[in-house]
Design a protein around this ligand. Structure first.
Ligand code: NCD
Length: 303
């Protein structure tokens, strides 16, 4: 039963529960009109303490397409946080108004903390450099769509593996499927944190800084932006930001049946010339994210 649950980390839901969400998302893609009213009379709150385009808009659009209503803020300076209100008090108040809350915060662990103070379902929409489970739902649905399943896949994650929360969540989620291999592609300074690697089976991953060498092996190449806002030193960011740029030349080395994903926003790491390559699915990935969030909201509200 997903009704009333929180989603803080990708592990919070079993593989079977994820399949239920993906099956419902598929039905919603096929017959969106059947779901126009399922959340009528319900309210979703979006508490965004950090910038966002896709995540907030896709959540809000998802609720609107289900017939529900939305409240929220995208600038904490316009909320009582600016007056010094604690998160615990904010979430307890919001729980009196809304049926489900979506929260994004620059500090790791914030969504988990918020969930402790309320019985209303809380969805983590990104907590600092830690986790981003609904991006992972989006990513998994995309993989299922384009590669027809999750088993026996080689997943290359490339870019900022240190701070990239979408990558931390995706790797943890994909590790649960049979025979997943990972190639962690990053500069030395931005390697995958040990708390993610420690959970992986020995021998199921390799680390490299050479994208050209790795690209021919992968079913999924998951590109990511260097996370400027999480750097202490601007100089270090500038030195690393263009370490990998995926372009047409490098795509020639990739398999014909692979896909290129990216959570977006893109900065420089994928040249625009790659967008017209049929293997580049990142804008479709963003669209699928709305459907998977529709399915998630429906399940958590139990409607
Ligand atoms: C990501 C995020 O916020 O972590 N964006 C998103 O939600 N689609 C990726 C990023 O900001 O680089």
């Amino acid at each position: 039963m997903l009704k009333g649950r929180h989603l803080i980390e990708p592990y919070d839901f079993s593989v079977q529960e994820l399949d239920e969400i993906f099956d419902l998302a598929d039905q919603m893609i096929d017959r969106p009109r059947d779901y126009l009213d399922v959340c009528k009379g319900m309210v979703m709150a979006t508490l965004f303490y950090e910038p966002s385009t896709r995540t907030r808009f896709s959540f809000e659009t998802a609720m609107l397409r289900l017939g529900g209503q939305i409240i929220g803020f995208d600038d904490p300076n316009t909320s009582s946080a600016a007056k010094g209100e604690t998160l615990a008090d904010t979430i307890r108040t919001i729980a009196g108004y809304a049926d489900v809350a979506v929260i994004r915060h620059p500090r790791e662990g914030t969504a988990k903390l918020a969930a402790k103070y309320t019985g209303m379902p809380v969805i983590n929409a990104g907590d600092g450099g830690h986790q981003h489970p609904t991006q992972t739902l989006t990513d998994l649905l995309t993989i299922r769509h384009f590669l027809a399943g999750f088993e026996n896949k080689t997943v290359g994650v490339c870019g900022d593996l240190k701070f990239g929360r979408t990558i931390h969540s995706l790797v943890r989620a994909m590790a649960r499927y049979q025979n997943t291999r990972f190639i962690m592609i990053s500069p030395d300074e931005l390697k995958m944190p040990s708390y993610v690697l420690d959970d992986l089976i020995d021998g199921s991953y390799q680390e490299t800084s050479n994208l050209e060498e790795a690209i021919g092996e992968v079913d999924v190449l998951y590109m990511s932006r260097v996370q400027k806002e999480r750097f202490v030193s601007e100089e270090e960011y500038l030195r690393l930001k263009d370490f990998f740029i995926l372009d047409r030349e490098k795509m020639k080395l990739a398999r014909r049946d692979m896909i290129v994903m990216h959570p977006l926003p893109r900065v420089n790491e994928i040249a625009e010339e790659v967008d017209s390559d049929p293997r580049a699915v990142y804008f479709e990935q963003a669209r699928l994210g709305m459907f998977v969030r529709m399915a998630l909201i429906t399940k958590l509200l139990g409607v």
